[in-house]
Design a protein around this ligand. Sequence first.
Ligand code: TRP
Length: 448
Amino acid sequence: MQRENFTSRFGVLMAMAGSAIGLGNMWRFPYMVGEYGGAAFIIIYILCVFLLSLPILLCEFIIGRRSQKNAFGAFKKLAPGTAWKWAGLISLVAPLIIVSYYSVIGGWSIEYFFKACTFGFTDYVTHEELNTMFNDLVSSVWIPIFGHTFFLLITALIVMGGVKGGIERFGKIMMPILFVVVVLIAVRAMTLDGASEGIAYLFKPDFSKLNAEVCAAALGQSFFSLSLGCGTMLTYASYVNKSENIAKSSVSIAVSDLIFALIAGCAIMPAVFAFGLNPQEGPGLVFKTLPFIFSQMPLGSLVAILFFMALLIAALTSSISLFEVGVAYLVEEKGMNRKKSCMLIFMITWITGIFCSLSFGPLSDFKIIGNTIFDFFDKLSANFLMTIGSFIVVMFAGWKMKKSDVMDEFTNGGTIKGNVKSFNFIWFLIRWVAPLTIILIFLSNLFL
Ligand code: TRP
């Protein structure tokens, strides 16, 4: 059977940027900036993106496109008969874990989107009332499970449509809409009275706030935001045409992801400051603080609808990429058809997701190593699986694959002159800088 490919350069970019741009940019990045001291965090984050995450993304590109296989089969094909075939194991587990909790937040976004559409935020005047509304929502049983189910169902249906007809098409339509919407919201936020303080918070660095924990957090965030270490980019890369310049594509993806995170910051922080609220609200920032702002500001109801629509689109384009990793595996390695694979992945993540959802309510006392199920899944994936997965990918490209093969893939057989010139620098980053830094973060996550 002919393997499906992405059909256009724009489609590849939108699908991969869609995977990268997600809750990580609109929900996680702004609250991390808040928690870790604003602009100083952003500067470290930018360094992490270009010196570390970008080379790892390139490795995923190289392995995926060279092998033309799913994230598990890729290692088997490129290093046949060796223990490397187990290297793909993480990509079988991690995406399932991430989807499980990701779709719970996706479900909340659906709830909030409907609330915004029915002008639900104007009734709640005080900040406390909105806090209570959020806490009541997440700790209840049925509504969040319903949201989670609905979110997962949309994800499964898109992936069922195939690489070209589902994933690529959805990304090509939705990503530009997402971009326009978020820019509109940022413009609205930055023209509020008192917005300048928020902008200063984002862009004026205070280096006294820097420490090892901030650096580790910035690194973890850059991995999460670029969807690294879980086979998502590797799987998508396997659908990329052989004539594509992968260095250029990776840079475009990393840059758009970064710009998007910054715009999301500009959509949120100025408004937080304009209304004298606390930027260090943590994970509740988007769901507790923002609705309050929307209820207070001129044109707020409209902005609320747009914002939660954007959050939902961003979450969907990412969750389809996580879903596709498992589906590609089942189709290519287990010979299942696409529809059945989607249903199987749906069932697994639906059940594990229900436990994640309940861990805010009836199961909140059930702890795994001191964490609720949701937090455990989040930490397990972000602090461990993604770091180990990234380590495996760079070690494979840097130490197992032949240098000439890596170079061949990176330069399209020597035809892209710019890539030939920069290869030695990239090779150094892949072989030395990336693995050593990953070991450092890993240790700091264990001990900090
Ligand atoms: N990058 C996405 C975000 O920022 C989330 C995501 C998609 C992801 N695929 C991933 C995270 C794979 C880790 C690994 O929201």
